[in-house]
Design a protein around this ligand. Structure first.
Ligand code: IMP
Ligand code: MG
Length: 181
């Protein structure tokens, strides 16, 4: 799998060191408020597991499942909610966790949907944020790393559902994106 990477951007120790910092920041910001974390599946699974174990606060955890890519390396702009019952967010302090902020369609759609259920506050935390203009006006309050506009995989991020279990984040070799594997 690692051989399919053009280069490694963040190895496991680098990711975990950065999670220590973000977790400390979140723990400080929410020390007086009970947090409800909503993790966006499947991409945020590794990130969620490693980050939340570094936050020594009482918190609730829920998950959302959406699809926006449909197996391609470009966004379709359409966000489909795959969950039947939406998580209970009324009157809670919500922290949305996602793997990557790319076009912004996914997080904008999730934010809008959760806002209709009257949470007390909503913040967004992503592992990665691409340096590029967003197609929807959405930003993240907590960001692991900013990256260039390249297609990356690993540590939860996939290409056609593969590579999620790579322990590092890396740029996928371009010829693998062009020719379906
Ligand atoms: P957005 O709606 O374009 O912001 O895309 C968000 C979703 O697209 C993420 O949650 C990922 O699942 C996927 N995505 C965007 N960029 C990448 C990438 O570089 N590698 C893998 N998945 C990506
Ligand atoms: Mg994905």
């Amino acid at each position: 799998m690692q051989g399919d990477l053009e280069r490694v951007l963040f190895d496991e120790p680098t990711i975990l060191r950065r999670l220590d910092e973000i977790a400390a920041q979140i723990s400080e910001d929410y020390r007086d408020r009970e947090l409800t974390v909503i993790a966006v599946l499947n991409g945020s699974l590794m990130f969620m597991a490693d980050l939340l174990r570094r936050i020594p606060l009482p918190l609730k955890l829920d998950c959302l499942s959406v699809a926006s890519y449909h197996g391609k390396a470009e966004t379709s702009g359409e966000v489909i909610f795959k969950q039947v019952a939406p998580p209970d967010v009324a009157d809670r302090h919500i922290l949305i966790l996602d793997d990557i902020l790319d076009s912004g369609h996914t997080l904008a759609a999730i934010r809008e949907k959760l806002e209709t259920a009257n949470p007390r506050s909503i913040r967004v935390c992503v592992l990665l944020k691409k340096r590029k203009p967003r197609q929807r006006p959405v930003d993240a309050n907590y960001v692991g790393f900013e990256i260039e506009d390249e297609f990356v995989v690993g540590y939860g991020l996939d290409f056609m559902e593969r590579y999620r279990n790579l322990p590092c984040v890396g740029v996928l070799r371009k010829q693998l994106i062009r020719q379906p594997i």
